[in-house]
Design a protein around this ligand. Sequence first.
Ligand code: NAP
Length: 297
Amino acid sequence: MNDITIIGSGPAGLTAAIYLARSGLNPIIISGEKPGGQLINTDLIENYPGFKSIKGADLMISMLEHAEDLGTKFLYESVDSISKNNELFQIRLASDDLIETKSILIATGANHRHLNVPGEKEFTNKGVSWCATCDGAMYRGKKVAVIGGGNTAVMEALFLSNLAEKVYLIHRRNMLRAEKIMQERLFENNKIECVWNAQVKEILGKDKVESIRLNDNSILNLSAVFIAIGTVPSSEFAKNLIDLDPEGYIIANETKTSCEGIFAAGDIVSGSLKQAIYAAGQGALASRYIEEYLGIR
Ligand code: NAP
């Protein structure tokens, strides 16, 4: 029987684990196969206080080690469903194992959004990617495209410009959503060409990506497509027990969900600022409410 089980191992889940462990609890984190959340695949983070510039993987490895050194146990599994019985929660894992716990913190963040166009599924890992840091090196000296107009898309394009011959940034509007400082770096970079008011209609190739077709039927020859069009929440497993907003984000009042004993923190929370520092702050706040719920504070 666990006192607290944390689902998700990004900044929110790890911060909560650090605080809870220091309060004498023995948190367990169900981290998925690859711990560290979205930031583990982020090239550089330049707005986490205390670090002018740090690789996402380095920041997350430090947080993982910090939580582990304090006694947090990690289960490298994913969650299928959760249920409640007699004030206790049951967490069914994908392996079919069952965990019983007095309380739960959901800090699962979000998964990559897909374009849902022909070729996307077929060429996944054959030129279609959601992570330039992971796959960019394979396209050294080649032409690639990044899809999207937010911070992630601009960061991916800038990262790829160090490797690729040319980077197309393809955005459906004529104005970026990314922060001004990121836009300035993008526009200064002569390896990046912005393709405005454009949507990918099809990803084409034989065994791997060779080109894309845009909405005006023009064809761009290239070797890889990096999709950075935002995220969708990972909350499906909890929808029977807690209230979600229409997009599937968890509705929470200061990390307390509609089900007593279940807490939520980080990007998975409806209306939250999608920033690592905010997620970490919510993790700290959740730990306080979890301790109150468990009666140790
Ligand atoms: P985002 O800000 O939601 O941007 C998604 C982009 O993809 C938007 O430009 C959107 O276009 C476009 N898009 C969405 N659906 C599309 C579709 N079906 N087809 C084509 N384009 C589509 O997502 P994000 O860039 O991943 O960032 C998520 C959050 O994390 C944001 O709050 C961001 O500030 C934060 N973040 C911060 C940092 C940092 O601070 N260093 C780094 C990365 C991310 P429209 O603009 O037309 O809607």
